[in-house]
Ligand binder design. Sequence first.
Ligand code: NDP
Ligand code: 8X3
Length: 253
Amino acid sequence: MGKIALITGASSGIGEAVACSLANEGYKLIITGRRVSQLSKLAKKIETEYKTKVLTLSFDVRELSQVEHYIGNLPPQWAEIDLLVNNAGLAVGLNPIHQGVIDDWERMIDTNVKGLLYVSKIVANIMIKRGSGHIINIGSIAGKDVYPNGNVYCATKHAVDAISRGMMMDLHKFNIRVSQVCPGAVETEFSLVRFKGDASRASDVYKGFQPLVAQDIANVVVFVASAPPHVNVSDVVVMPTAQASVSITDKKL
Ligand code: NDP
Ligand code: 8X3
């Protein structure tokens, strides 16, 4: 009890559900994201419902100076991080490679790959000093397979897959577990972000089948985090029953 978890991208979707579920497990929480109002609302809810302490940090994981400022200078009572959930991430656009939007590519690469690395380096050093820790990266089935027009998003999640395996090789000798949880389709703000606020296009993604909800992934994260210390659940793929691969979903439209 009283362990500290840092969750990136807790202002919506999977990160928000993970934050509530870990609070329910007795963790004190550091929740991060860019949207201050969403984070404050969540902090209040968690403090009221789960009676645990919450530290809210609003910054952009793409900005190394911000990551270093906030994560590198945690107040001493928050610095001993037991669990890092690298969840902040996004897809932007769904175009064939020759029509790709460079700014979309940069947002995905900078957030999903570089942001995850910036946070992980600082937290891994904290965990090495403490002699233990657990890092759970939220990958994707897009990190295991590729689909048409998913090119750069899939590349960033393949990078998360490679980084997760590489991290495990580098950190296991410091008693640090590294795990990856790879969801299939989860109905969150993900598609709204991907389609730049086009709500109708976003909701079409989840029509005709039952997608996962954020809580389904939070349940898996809690399972992975709660394994006995000698057990590392290193890689989990979680699919909706109606989905068989990144590009095969049984839609009854
Ligand atoms: P949401 O859009 O609901 O949540 C994304 C979270 O990431 C938000 O809290 C957002 O916070 C944060 N975030 C995005 N960019 C930044 C940034 N530059 N700096 C800090 N925080 C950032 O989507 P999901 O919950 O679905 O996505 C969470 C993770 O799950 C992502 O890594 C995604 O790739 C992965 N995933 C999602 C799947 C799905 O089908 N939904 C399937 C497989 C994986 P804010 O906007 O406040 O900064
Ligand atoms: C999100 C799942 O299939 O939309 O990572 O890329 S998918």
